[in-house]
Design a protein around this ligand. Structure first.
Ligand SMILES: NC(=O)c1ccc[n+]([C@@H]2O[C@H](COP(=O)([O-])OP(=O)(O)OC[C@H]3O[C@@H](n4cnc5c(N)ncnc54)[C@H](O)[C@@H]3O)[C@@H](O)[C@H]2O)c1
Length: 340
């Protein structure tokens, strides 16, 4: 059975969506919507589908059972709600939106229309990260005491200057934290559970943007664990994301999406090999290795077939945004503290 997919956006990440979809047997791109006529025409030539600049006409295109949203982040809810009302399942890029109020409206619309809603956090599908989650859930790290997560990435000035939405409060909702840091915020919540309180500072240190290019936060987890988190797009030349998790039974260090150290008291838990990931998110926005996206899409297609929620549904997808909103709130208060 063929599943017909509509793509929304037509920029950098839509290319990844198209390649991921084409790698899945039985998946077909049937339409592409975006505001840039040249870009969507090229994508359709290369990957198939009918180009639409008119969003309403795109939503009426059939056959089409689902859409993948890769437009600027502040458009995800409005476009997702419209798609859901047309009976289309919705898989949206991270962040789910730039405000919790709008995310909740999207979650509610999907529920009312009885369509599946998924959020793309491809790190949750990476083999080493799944291995680490298993170890934590099995108690191999013991009680988690402390996490130290650093996203020292670099984006050149053109990354912002050449974009009408990146780094803007209206469409990106912020800067380095909500756009780049969100992957790692999601990971921390997925691996370690909810955060209840944050202390934070944000700053615009290098780039000429209205949002922050640097954010630093202290996290208090519901479990009692503490964390420090740092995200930036100003750290030339950009380094792999690093997460160090210390528990009573040992420490694991993740670099980008690979476990590079696992010093556990229970040494029998040896590191399993996983395919090398060639993505270089530290210095570029291009997701050249689409396997993570492919895996998210495969799960989403199965979710539709099996009439179940996808692994990362709207409720899961909104967790990182709720914490990010709290970090922004904390950074604006005189005592720099906020509850989540
Ligand atoms: N999962 C990941 O690793 C990952 C990586 C990059 C981007 N993203 C997310 O994907 C989204 C897009 O990022 P990008 O890097 O592709 O940006 P981009 O600027 O390259 O592409 C966005 C596209 O949306 C189009 N657009 C603008 N207004 C529109 C509208 N009203 N309706 C439809 N399309 C419109 C633009 O023409 C542009 O081609 C963002 O939400 C971003 O956070 C996720």
């Amino acid at each position: 059975m063929t599943t017909h997919i509509g793509l929304i956006g037509g920029g950098n990440i839509t290319e990844t969506h198209a390649r991921a979809a084409r790698a899945i047997p039985g998946a077909e791109i049937s339409a592409i919507h975006g505001t840039n006529a040249e870009k969507i025409a090229r994508l359709c030539r290369e990957h198939g589908g009918t180009p639409y600049q008119d969003f309403d006409a795109f939503l009426r295109h059939r056959p089409m059972e689902l859409v993948i949203i890769g437009s600027p982040s502040g458009l995800h809810a409005a476009q997702g709600i419209a798609a859901a009302r047309h009976g289309l399942h919705v898989l949206t890029e991270k962040p789910i939106e730039i405000s919790i109020a709008r995310s909740d409206a999207l979650i509610e619309a999907a529920k009312q229309s009885k369509v599946q809603l998924g959020v793309i956090f491809q790190d949750r599908r990476k083999p080493h990260i799944c291995q680490l989650k298993k170890w934590i859930d099995q108690g191999l790290l013991g009680k988690i005491l402390f996490v130290d997560a650093r996203v020292k990435w670099y984006r050149p000035p053109e990354y912002y200057a050449g974009s009408r939405w990146r780094g803007t409060l209206a469409l990106d909702g912020g800067g380095a934290l909500i756009n780049q840091g969100v992957h790692t915020v999601d990971l921390l919540l997925w691996l370690l559970g909810d955060v209840v309180r944050v202390q934070a500072r944000t700053a615009t240190q290098l780039h000429k943007i209205e949002a922050e290019d640097t954010a630093a936060a202290i996290l208090e987890f519901a479990s009692g664990a503490l964390g420090v988190f740092h995200a930036t797009t100003a750290a030339y030349p950009g380094y792999p994301r690093r997460v160090e998790i210390a528990g009573t039974e040992g420490t694991v260090i993740l670099e980008h999406d690979r476990i590079i150290a696992a010093n556990l008291r229970n040494a029998a838990a040896a590191i399993e090999s996983a395919p090398l990931d060639e993505n270089l998110s530290s210095s570029t926005a291009t997701v050249s290795d689409f396997r993570g996206h492919q895996s998210v899409l495969e799960d989403f297609l199965q979710a539709i077939q099996q009439n179940r929620a996808p692994a990362c549904d709207g409720i899961e997808g909104r967790r990182s945004l709720a914490l990010i909103e709290a970090i922004y709130r904390a950074a604006k208060t005189p005592d720099r503290v906020a509850t989540v």
